[in-house]
Design a protein around this ligand. Structure first.
Ligand code: ZN
Length: 143
């Protein structure tokens, strides 16, 4: 397993992505929802990996939701960087990470593929993420 690390711009939000996938083989998904279009997102995930988000200052973590509210868009309030989408699911969670926040971003050379999800209902969206996204943790360091 390789650990791909990353941060938001100011360093408040840290990402640790354990995966056996080669970054050069990852095909980022460019979600076409109204939020992701505004950020030109390119998301990666690995169902066999693990994704850990850490907020050094949880007060500066914005867990933005909209629409079906099935996922939280993790955004740093200090620097404005969107690091990944996080879906709490029972005792666990699933998430993806934005390719651009990873230190290995330059190794992810495949062009993002546009994906359209607006036809999915809440249950379909959850089911897809359980298969496609990465088992994830969100750690809020101080409180
Ligand atoms: Zn930040």
């Amino acid at each position: 397993m390789r650990i791909l690390t990353g941060t938001c711009h100011c360093g408040n939000l840290n990402v640790s992505f354990e995966t056996e996938l080669d970054p050069a083989g990852m095909v980022p998904r460019a979600c076409q929802c109204s939020f992701c279009r505004r950020h030109s997102t390119a998301a990666v995930s690995d169902p066999a990996g693990t994704l850990t988000f850490r907020a050094a200052d949880p007060a500066q973590l914005n867990r933005y939701t909209f629409g079906l509210r099935s996922t939280e868009f993790l955004i740093c309030r200090t620097c404005g960087v969107y690091v990944g989408a996080f879906m709490p699911d029972g005792d666990g969670a699933f998430a993806n990470v934005m390719a651009g926040v990873l230190d290995a971003r330059d190794e992810i050379t495949q062009p993002p593929v546009p994906v359209h999800r607006s036809q999915e209902n809440f249950e379909e969206r959850q089911a897809r993420r359980r298969i496609q996204w990465t088992p994830a943790l969100l750690i809020q360091e101080s409180r």
